[in-house]
Design a protein around this ligand. Structure first.
Ligand code: ALA
Length: 426
């Protein structure tokens, strides 16, 4: 018996709760080698998945396999390895295209992550379309990476940043959002799911409202793609960006989807190899999509690892994974809320995989440090979303965030850990 199992409290899951749609969590956990280890003598309880998720063996193998057998530069060589690396790299692009249902693989631009995707759009689309007095509309739920790139643009262009407010549950106030769409609004940039408090925003309605005024919408999907089905054509969003590392893939890898008509009309982001068609000292012409936006040697292993991560998630079925995480979130919310002196931050009706909270009289960092002694990893702090903290008038929160391999037993261990924190600070 593991040390965690020995310490299990009396509340146990109903057997079916962790086997939704044949979704066998105990079996799946064996796919993630990192979860087998002990931390400070305890079984690791990893509840920091909104920061980054762990990687299944299939992803680790795909990356090692690439470096062991196929490593070569892409789009450049005529030799065998280069052709094979190029084929695998482009296969990964097609895997991403199918995963988010983009109309064409040429609309899939590989980036370093969500942050780079947003900066790319701000620096290309934004710099050519936003002028003095124009407005960029975001929400009060944004991560810093969907605020600061727009502030840089605002300051350069003399534009304005408008912020749509949320209610006390952390739900976007749609009427206020609509009122803020003005004739000067040039772009809407919104998160799909709040990393700090887990709100899922009503994206379709937002996009419809913006499109009625011919305003394009960029979606920060970093927290969404691991937890729900994303169909960029059904959403009709103009740009959608996400990171691989929150989707069980490698770090340093991400995706920017853009509608081809918009991408075609945008100037390049960075200059260098691969993004050109021809270069003379007088004039350079640019490559076709998506390569126009992929200067330099790309993260080939990263793309292949991301492709493997998507294959892994697809094999499980994202609906099954979402149902499992939903069950976990509901269970955790109930158990944690029942503790005395708890304030849950973010109680939206539509939420995914994130439980943010405050414990009366204890700084979140102390909560995190004491839980760490028990082998429990959560994130504490402002979660790179300081305006969200300001909205709820807290300096920071403790945040447990869930992934496909988490279990109700782990939630029980978390609750026991929080009880211990309360004893220490009693
Ligand atoms: N954005 C990541 C988080 O929410 C790092 O933790």
């Amino acid at each position: 018996m593991t040390s965690v199992a020995r310490r299990l409290p009396t509340v146990l899951r109903p057997p079916q709760a962790q086997n939704i749609g044949g979704f066998d969590v105990e079996k799946l956990r064996r796919d993630f080698p990192i979860l087998k280890q002990k931390i400070r003598g305890r079984r690791l309880v990893y509840l920091d998945n909104a920061a980054t998720s762990q990687k299944p063996q299939a992803v680790i193998d795909a990356i090692s396999h690439y470096y062991e057998r196929d490593n070569s530069n892409v789009h450049r060589g005529v030799h065998y390895l280069s052709e094979r690396a190029t084929e695998e790299f482009e296969n990964a692009r097609q895997t991403v295209q199918r995963f988010i249902n983009a109309a064409s693989a040429s609309e899939i631009i590989f980036t370093r992550g969500t942050t780079e995707g947003i900066n790319l759009v701000a620096q290309t689309y934004g710099r050519t379309h936003v002028g003095p007095g124009d407005e960029i509309l975001v929400t009060a739920l944004e991560h810093h990476s969907n605020i600061v790139p727009w502030q840089l643009l605002r300051d350069e262009k003399g534009a304005k940043l408008r912020v749509a407010p949320v209610n006390d549950s952390g739900e976007l106030l749609l009427e206020e959002f609509e009122k803020l769409l003005s004739p000067r609004t040039n772009i809407v940039a919104v998160t799909h799911i709040s990393n700090a408090i887990g709100t899922v925003i009503p994206l379709r309605q937002i996009i419809e409202m913006a499109h009625r005024r011919n305003v394009p919408v960029l979606v920060d999907g970093a927290q969404a793609v691991p937890h729900l089905t994303v169909d960029v054509q059904a959403l009709d969003c103009d740009f959608y960006t996400f990171s691989s590392h929150k989707l069980y893939g490698p770090t340093g890898m991400g995706v920017l989807y853009g509608k081809s008509a918009l991408l075609d009309a945008m100037p390049p982001y960075q200059g260098g190899g691969d993004m050109i068609s021809s270069v003379t000292f007088e004039k350079t012409t640019y490559n076709k999509l998506p390569y126009k936006f992929e200067a330099g040697t790309p993260h080939v292993a990263g793309a292949i690892g991301l492709g493997a991560a998507i294959d892994y998630v697809n094999a499980l079925g994202i609906e099954n994974l979402a149902a499992h995480e939903h069950d976990l979130l509901a269970y955790a919310t109930e158990k944690v809320s029942a503790l005395p002196g708890i304030r849950v931050i973010g109680t939206a009706k539509e939420k995914a995989a994130v439980l943010s909270f405050m414990l009366d009289g204890v700084h979140p960092h102390d909560v995190g440090t004491i839980l760490d002694q028990e082998g429990i990893a959560i994130r504490t702090g402002h979660h790179c979303a300081q305006p969200v903290m300001q909205r709820f008038e807290v300096p920071a929160t403790a945040r447990a965030s869930f992934a496909l391999y988490n279990t109700r037993e782990e939630v029980d261990v978390l609750v026991e850990g929080l009880q211990r924190v309360q004893e220490v600070f009693a």
